[in-house]
Design a protein around this ligand. Structure first.
Ligand SMILES: [Fe+2]
Length: 168
């Protein structure tokens, strides 16, 4: 899915920092997907933070707080990197919904379902970032590659911590 913000009228800047223009465009498109996935996960993590009930309330409420605060910082960093690559950052719910592969339908009936949903979401975000980090490597964009690798590590850690709270 291409970034709706990358339309013909959009002003594309051409920073001359040693990254091939074609590779830079492909990477900026991929990073727009990573941004949208991160945004979708941020919204869903907030939903669990607000709606969790039961004996695991405090632990999951605090864990999701740490996770959504981290995701908020990542959203800004990814968007600013897309701008540094010369492209417009997607903005608004429609753009994010179009670009994200995170399941938009959130199940909030039980704590077990909430946990499984966030585990699945962190996994899908990490899997797609792995592909985008390959685009960064092809573009020889070390900064973006480093950023994406760091984000993958965070999602993998999130999966571990959420899985550790699964009781059945
Ligand atoms: Fe809160």
């Amino acid at each position: 899915m291409t970034n709706p913000a990358f339309n013909a009228e959009a002003r594309v800047e051409k920073p001359d920092v040693g990254i091939d223009p074609k590779s830079r465009e492909r990477l900026a498109q991929g990073m727009a997907q990573s941004l949208a996935d991160t945004f979708a996960l941020y919204v869903k993590t907030l939903g669990v933070h607000w709606n969790v009930v039961g004996p695991s309330f405090y632990g999951l409420h605090k864990l999701t707080e740490a996770q959504y605060e981290d995701l908020a910082g990542a959203i800004d960093a990814l968007a600013e990197r897309i701008r540094a690559l010369g492209y417009p950052a997607p903005a608004g719910f429609n753009d994010f919904r179009t670009l994200s592969v995170v399941n938009a339908e959130s199940r909030i009936e039980t704590v077990g379902e909430m946990l499984q949903e966030l585990i699945d979401d962190n996994e899908v975000v990490a899997r797609r970032m792995r592909k985008v980090s390959d685009l960064a490597a092809e573009a020889e964009d070390k900064f973006s590659e480093d950023m994406l690798i760091g984000r993958m590590g965070v999602h993998e850690k999130n999966v571990w911590m959420l899985r550790a709270l699964v009781t059945e």
